[in-house]
Ligand binder design. Structure first.
Ligand SMILES: Cc1cc2nc3c(=O)[nH]c(=O)nc-3n(C[C@H](O)[C@H](O)[C@H](O)COP(=O)(O)OP(=O)(O)OC[C@H]3O[C@@H](n4cnc5c(N)ncnc54)[C@H](O)[C@@H]3O)c2cc1C
Length: 378
């Protein structure tokens, strides 16, 4: 029998939607998650799965750094509860590509240490002891041993299973095009059916199918390439590299293959791969790891990171209504997933705002933008 309603509705089956749906279903609510395509098909499975607080925080973003660190610490318990999500506490490296880049990487290292993070400075023989495959051209870098990674596809699969174990319902290929509010319930209009829920959590990342939000989401494209690894233990941890002229890149070991990324381009909704993007990724990776020259390319893809104008996350509740917007997870939605999921579930069920999410949380009046009148019945 088709499901038509639930206590809690979630729009979007990406990192935020799957995590929040699991946490609320586990608290005993009936949960209905509507996904425009397939779960995880947005930014989630396009991502590299790095859990890298030290290298993600910008100098002015101390509240975000605290949120990153707390969320990363939740991952071992999440891996325990969910099963195999490919979680490894392998650390992360950051390398300076040229001698001119060393002061930048050093400044960042000093900032990280000032924040109490454990990060090691590496150069010369020490660097090569850690990373024997790195080109002799690489002058220096750092190692943050507390960081780690997951495999986003496994995380997606385990979250889907966990939601279903708690009797939550996930409907794929069910885009929400419009939301209306009447008789103390939200009505979610999809091409074939309307679903009714009491509480609504809207987390579509970059919204599809014309779904309107009361703030602007900027899609930031990231291009990625999977190449065969020379052997499964060829690289022990994600390696990020920085160059003043060409920006950032990274190589992430995933067992039999490596993921090379990643560009950050503001090109609207266009998820295309480009010659320039692919060239930049390969050129940087080859500069760091010359042995990759002979490796087979397995796959290319691109994803759209959901960013806000100021690149901070959005946790909005509409005043007087059980309506929540979770967005702007930008380039850290996998890292932030446990904190977001647990924090939003406590907020929705108990009205408690997690102190680490408080700097990004707002109660807003802007109902009209999302809750325009329902379209006339066909
Ligand atoms: C190339 C790349 C690399 C990345 N690397 C990392 C990394 O290493 N570490 C990290 O922490 N983060 C990383 N990220 C960022 C991370 O993937 C995102 O921050 C995270 O996925 C955002 O979660 P979300 O749920 O907000 O959006 P998404 O994961 O995009 O999920 C949104 C979902 O909503 C659905 N949807 C949209 N509109 C509708 C609608 N109208 N109706 C129903 N459903 C709808 C979409 O189909 C999608 O499945 C990366 C992202 C990219 C693109």
């Amino acid at each position: 029998m088709p499901v038509k309603g639930a206590e809690i509705g979630v729009i979007g089956g990406g990192a935020a939607g799957l995590g929040v749906a699991w946490q609320l279903a586990a608290r005993g609510y009936t949960v209905l998650l509507l996904e425009a395509r397939e779960p995880g098909s947005g930014a989630m499975t396009a991502s590299g799965g790095m859990l890298s607080p030290a290298y993600e925080a910008e100098y002015e973003e101390i509240p975000l750094l605290r949120a990153f660190l707390h969320s990363r610490r939740l991952y071992p318990a999440w891996a325990e509860a969910l099963g195999d999500i490919g979680y490894t506490a392998c650390g992360t490296y950051e390398l300076a590509l040229t001698p001119e880049d060393v002061p930048y990487v050093k400044r960042r290292w000093e900032f990280e240490r000032a924040q109490g993070l454990e990060v090691e400075w590496l150069e010369g023989a020490a660097l090569r002891r850690h990373l024997s495959n790195v080109s002799p051209r690489i002058p220096a870098g750092t190692y943050a041993p507390d960081e780690g990674q997951v495999v986003p596809e496994l995380l997606r699969d385990r979250l889907v299973e966990a939601i279903q174990r708690h009797r939550g319902t996930i409907l794929s290929h069910t885009p929400v095009q419009h939301i209306s509010y009447a008789s103390q319930a939200f009505h979610l209009h999809t091409p074939h059916q309307t679903y009714t829920v009491e509480t609504l959590i809207v987390c579509p990342g970059v919204p599809l199918e014309g779904l309107r939000l009361p703030f602007k989401v900027y899609p930031i494209r990231g291009q990625m390439i999977a190449v065969e690894s020379p052997h499964p233990n060829w690289l022990s941890a994600p390696v990020r590299y920085f160059n003043k002229m060409t920006g950032y890149g990274y190589t992430i070991p995933k067992g039999s293959y490596l993921i090379l990324g990643g560009t950050a381009e503001e090109k609207g909704y266009d998820p295309s791969l480009t010659v320039g993007g692919v060239l930049d990724i390969l050129r940087r990776a080859y500069y760091v790891f010359p042995d990759l020259y002979e490796q087979r390319i397995l796959r290319f893809w691109a994803g759209l990171r959901p960013a806000t104008a100021d690149r901070r996350p959005v946790f909005w509740k509409v005043s007087g209504l059980p309506l929540y917007y979770i967005n702007g997870l930008y380039r850290n939605g996998i890292l932030l997933l446990p904190l977001v999921a647990e924090g939003v579930a406590a907020w929705v069920s108990e009205g408690i705002v997690h102190p680490l999410l408080a700097p990004f949380t707002r109660e807003v009046e802007e109902t009209g933008l999302a809750l325009s009148p329902a379209p006339p019945a066909p």
